[in-house]
Design a binder for this molecule. Structure first.
Ligand code: HEC
Ligand code: HEC
Ligand code: HEC
Ligand code: HEC
Ligand code: HEC
Length: 261
């Protein structure tokens, strides 16, 4: 194909795309609601609490990710990335697992599982641990999405240096391409960019491979927005904890339009 025809083809596809995108992003897709910044990434854990006479537990990602990477909790401590699916009990906590792991809520590094601390966690959604959201936001690089904190910049500029392991050191020296361009199945749709390097600052390879994504590029089946919006693939994290899915251009840098967030 000559340069000119490909140029024209791109222009037509591009225009078609804008029309299509406007319909898709403002019409057909139900984007998940975005909670207020101080509640984005908060999880109310109530698998067993109320059944046993305690208020549900509030867990705030914005507090914890300042000190520990996702890897520590979701790989070493084996918390699942889905609320109310991990079998956490007071017994496991007191035995040094889950919240009670050594270096965490062990009574040395952070408050213990003894009275009168029960209500700091079992507070029914009040977030009463004493860490102030306004102070956190004012100390870290700002963003206009999610927690109103640009976590990538906060890490890059050294405002936070979250611990990457408690006892289990991450494996080193595995080869992978830093930035993957994930072309959509549909022609004319701007590709999604996946930066490995930013993710492995926070996550272990095992957090994504092989359960969420195949390790071979472009072999993940049904890799589409409807599934992502349903909480699969990128939507495992980019709906409730990492920046919200409304931020289309962060993943599709060449996209023309963007929804409000
Ligand atoms: C660091 C946070 C934290 C502290 C402090 C804490 N808990 Fe919990 N506790 C949890 C979490 C998380 C769960 C799991 C909740 C669920 O799945 O509903 C839990 C579960 C429970 C449960 C229900 C499951 C079971 O084991 O029967 C009871 C009862 C409970 N805690 C009592 C207490 C009491 C009493 C105290 C204070 C002496 C306390 N907890 C302190 C985090 C905490
Ligand atoms: C200090 C521990 C800790 C850290 C650090 C942490 N998480 Fe979590 N995360 C949890 C716990 C606990 C839950 C709730 C698990 C449950 O209820 O079974 C959770 C739940 C989740 C969920 C499910 C939320 C929902 O509403 O279903 C996602 C997604 C998630 N985490 C992603 C992340 C990402 C991404 C990071 C890093 C930026 C991270 N987590 C850092 C402890 C942590
Ligand atoms: C967290 C990253 C991420 C965000 C944010 C995101 N997308 Fe996607 N999107 C993807 C990935 C990955 C694919 C699949 C690419 C492929 O096919 O390889 C995709 C595919 C698409 C496609 C192709 C058709 C389809 O259904 O798969 C369209 C259209 C699209 N996205 C539009 C949007 C719009 C509009 C927004 C904002 C509301 C958005 N995306 C936000 C990652 C993202
Ligand atoms: C946040 C999720 C995530 C993490 C963490 C992650 N990957 Fe990936 N990886 C992906 C995605 C998405 C693809 C593309 C899958 C597809 O296109 O089907 C991919 C593809 C790959 C590929 C094939 C493409 C290529 O040429 O690079 C390799 C190899 C790979 N990853 C290795 C790793 C290793 C090693 C680690 C840990 C150091 C890692 N990944 C961590 C999401 C992740
Ligand atoms: C297991 C959790 C997880 C999955 C799955 C995941 N991400 Fe992320 N992603 C993160 C975290 C954590 C960050 C750091 C920034 C933040 O928290 O918002 C991040 C950052 C990014 C960034 C950097 C941009 C910025 O401003 O920080 C891009 C781009 C991105 N993700 C795209 C994707 C795409 C595309 C997919 C799917 C192919 C994907 N991510 C899957 C957790 C995840």
């Amino acid at each position: 194909m000559s340069f000119k025809t490909s140029h024209v083809k791109h222009f037509i596809l591009g225009s078609l795309f804008i029309v299509l995108m406007t319909r898709l992003s403002f019409g057909n897709w139900d984007l998940p609601p975005v909670p207020p910044p101080n509640e984005y990434g908060n999880v109310l854990i109530n698998r067993t609490s109320e059944k046993n006479g305690m208020k549900p537990v509030t867990f705030s990602h914005w507090i914890h990710r300042q000190k520990h990477t996702c890897r520590v909790c979701h790989f070493e401590l084996e918390f699942n990335m889905k609320a109310n699916t991990t079998e956490i009990t007071e017994k496991t906590n007191r035995a040094g697992l889950h919240c009670g792991a050594s270096g965490c809520h062990d009574g040395k590094v952070a408050f213990s599982h003894e009275k009168p601390n029960c209500d700091k966690c079992h507070d029914g959604g009040q977030n009463s641990s004493g860490v102030k959201f306004a102070d956190t936001v004012s100390q870290l690089p700002n963003a206009n999405y999610g927690n109103k904190i640009d976590w990538t910049e906060a890490m890059k500029q050294g405002w936070i240096t979250p611990q990457n392991y408690l006892s289990l050191k991450p494996a080193e020296g595995l080869a992978f391409k830093e930035n993957l361009t994930l072309e959509a199945e549909w022609s004319g749709v701007p590709p999604a960019i996946f930066p490995h390097n930013i993710h492995i600052e926070w996550l272990d390879c095992n957090n994504c491979h092989p359960a969420i994504f195949n390790i071979k590029k472009k072999t993940t089946k049904h890799f589409e927005m409807v599934r992502i919006l349903d909480g699969e693939f990128c939507g495992v994290c980019h709906i409730n904890v990492a920046f919200p899915i409304q931020r289309c251009k962060a993943c599709h840098p060449t996209m023309k339009s963007e929804t409000k967030y």
